[in-house]
Design a protein around this ligand. Sequence first.
Ligand code: HEC
Ligand code: HEC
Length: 223
Amino acid sequence: MKFFRSHSFQLAGVVGLQLALIAIAPTVADPARGAERSAMHKSSVPAKLAYCEDCHGPSGQGFHGYFPIPRLAGQQTEYLKNQLEAFVEHRRTNNIMFNVAHSLNPGMLSALANDFHALAPPPLGGGVRHLVPTGEKIFQNGVPEANVAACAACHGPNAQGSGEIPRLAGQLPDYVFNKLINWSKERGQIPSKPDISAVMSPVAHSLTRPQVEAVAAYLSYLK
Ligand code: HEC
Ligand code: HEC
């Protein structure tokens, strides 16, 4: 009984999301394909993965839609899991990803995190080329005069991340830009449940918009 109840709840959520998807992801603009997908068994890992890729792009490479949808390919498993839990717990705000994540059971969540970690399509790039050298300097050395630590100190010299610290290499530049500019409105939203997002807050607050644009450009071309 419990199974049926949660399963139909999940299906209702998925149908609603597919309507939302038509508006932002051209990959599901074909209604026949959407219907075929709806008929697939929703609880299988490949079906869920395909569903994530409708928004996050083929092989989780990221997608520039109405707003940027982040690359998940090669992302750290622990980071992926923590963010999916953060959406569910509203530690991180995003209505779309709340709806997606709250229906994932722990087994599915781990399987998807492992699968996306293992993918390695080439980055989409797209950052402003002439800003790359400035961005590299910020990433590798920080901004000492503004008390900003080197990004590389936490995210690694090649921006691969580790554990709950995300990989940034190959991330969409407009996504990186939006996240850094909006940090305190989106992350660590439950004061009684402080999380690791707090260590990024001072960094995000201290960077100027041109610095954010430069570092995002540099990251977008890293493999
Ligand atoms: C309807 C579109 C849509 C679908 C389907 C979707 N996502 Fe997302 N996802 C988004 C958007 C948009 C964001 C960016 C949220 C933000 O800007 O903070 C996002 C963000 C994420 C993030 C945070 C990434 C980061 O770098 O912090 C993870 C993890 C994630 N999605 C995993 C998944 C998984 C796993 C699935 C499939 C079960 C999935 N998403 C399906 C739209 C979608
Ligand atoms: C003290 C360690 C630390 C330093 C220094 C640091 N970061 Fe982070 N960063 C983190 C952690 C931890 C997270 C994960 C936050 C979360 O869970 O919400 C993160 C998350 C991010 C994200 C969000 C990624 C996503 O997929 O949504 C971006 C973008 C980012 N950092 C960029 C930078 C940049 C650029 C710099 C240097 C100017 C930097 N970070 C320096 C620890 C650090």
